[in-house]
Design a binder for this molecule. Structure first.
Ligand SMILES: Nc1nc2c(ncn2[C@@H]2O[C@H](COP(=O)(O)OP(=O)(O)OP(=O)(O)O)[C@@H](O)[C@H]2O)c(=O)[nH]1
Length: 385
């Protein structure tokens, strides 16, 4: 009865793995190329599934083939899943050392089959090997900055699987004998085999969630940022400014707005071409970003004009920030790909009597106009009252 159950469970593990591998490989086409690792995630369950063919039909194969191919394929499946996650995070994997260690471990298992036959040592070595791969996988998932729900979920499933593997490895010395068999009835063995099906199913769901989370954040980034410069989109920076204006009205927390405009940008475009102009804009935004704090917000207001929000900032500090930005841009050296350039900055702080954000924006704009009029490459701060 138990033996039959174990064979059924093995068959279930096979079907689940093939199905999930197929689902992952098919869904991969619906994700953009920027979501990497999915084909490895899809291949992994397929490879692991092929191991069950050797286990399930072991009467047809020599025990050596079952150990070498069955265990080898299952180990490879686990490693491929891990490689898939590394790829997802943009990490390269050298497979040669892994293959070398895998072959060594398989040779040890062959030794415990032929040289010193002992089922318990074979099983403990095998389960121990898989546990190490799973622990590396869990570590990778949890060590990424701010792992999302999907990564934590996947790590949780892998952790349960690891616990079962370790329990199986340890319990073999009580439950089994050196001549025990894979399908020998035991509740522990049933849990061990059944866990494979469930974890393949849940880990596949986990990695699909990871891919979807990544896709969502890529879309959000696209929607909220200017694709040329990486600065915030006009809508987003204006929303932030409106929120800050509301905070000022409720809590009297002041803020400053900086209107930054590239000087004589038209002549850069005309003299060097539009593509060079684009590069200059990206370079300027990069430089402006370096002159800002984490809480500050930099957005593209229009063409070659940028809007900076400095929360909790008065006129004196805003002028210093604006000067730092101006100097940072002016110090950028000319290169073969981008000429040197300068920026003019108009600064305005929110003040008593302001009834809308538009009033502060208008003052910052007027200050910018004044900076241009005075000769460019300078900062002008709007009057405080
Ligand atoms: N390359 C490039 N050019 C842009 C982009 N957006 C706007 N422009 C160009 O930026 C130029 C802005 O020119 P103007 O408004 O005359 O200003 P300016 O030449 O910088 O002169 P001042 O602001 O008075 O110093 C126009 O020629 C626009 O076509 C862009 O995304 N890429």
């Amino acid at each position: 009865m138990f033996a039959l159950d174990l064979r059924s469970l093995t068959l279930m593990a096979f079907m689940t793995s093939v199905a999930m591998g197929f689902v992952l490989l098919m869904l991969r086409r619906h994700y953009p190329g920027s979501i990497r690792g999915m084909w490895l995630w899809g291949l992994a369950p397929m490879v692991a599934a092929s191991s069950t063919v050797f286990y399930g039909l072991e009467n047809l194969f020599a025990p050596l083939a079952t150990v070498v191919f069955g265990n080898g394929l299952l180990m490879s499946g686990c490693a491929l899943f891990y490689f898939g996650t590394r790829r997802f995070y943009g990490l390269r994997s050298g497979w040669r050392p892994w293959a070398a260690v895998g072959v060594l471990l398989l040779l040890w298992q062959v030794f415990f089959l032929i040289g010193y036959p002992d089922y318990r040592l074979r099983l403990a070595l095998f389960a121990g090997t898989l546990s190490v791969v799973l622990v590396l996988h869990i570590r990778l998932l949890l060590r990424r900055p701010g792992p999302g729900f999907a990564a934590r979920f996947t790590a949780g499933v892998l952790a349960v699987q690891t616990l079962v593997l370790v329990a199986r490895a340890v319990s073999t010395f009580w439950l089994d004998t050196p001549t025990s068999h894979r399908f020998a009835p035991s509740v522990m063995q049933s849990v061990y085999v059944a866990t494979f099906s469930f974890s393949v199913l849940l880990v596949s769901v986990g990695v699909l969630l990871m891919a979807s989370e990544r896709l969502r954040s890529e879309f959000e980034h696209l929607a909220n940022h200017d694709s040329l410069t990486g600065a915030l989109a006009r809508r987003v920076v204006l929303e932030d400014c409106t929120r800050e204006f509301g905070r000022w009205q409720r809590f009297d927390h002041g803020f400053a707005l900086l209107m930054v405009d590239v000087d004589h940008f038209k002549s850069i475009n005309d003299g060097h071409g539009h593509a060079t102009g684009d590069r200059v804009l990206a370079r300027v935004v990069d430089a402006l970003g370096h002159a800002l704090r984490n809480v500050d917000r930099l957005g593209r207001y229009g063409g070659e004009e940028f809007l900076v929000l400095l929360p909790e900032t008065g006129a004196g500090e805003a002028r210093m920030v604006a000067e730092r930005m101006r100097e940072t841009v002016a110090r950028l050296p000319a290169t073969a790909r981008a000429p040197a350039c300068t920026v003019s900055v108009g600064v305005a702080c929110v003040r008593q009597g302001d009834t809308s954000l538009a009033a502060v924006l208008a003052r910052a704009d007027a200050a910018l106009y004044e900076a241009k009029r005075l000769g460019r490459n300078r900062v002008v701060v709007a009057a405080a009252a």
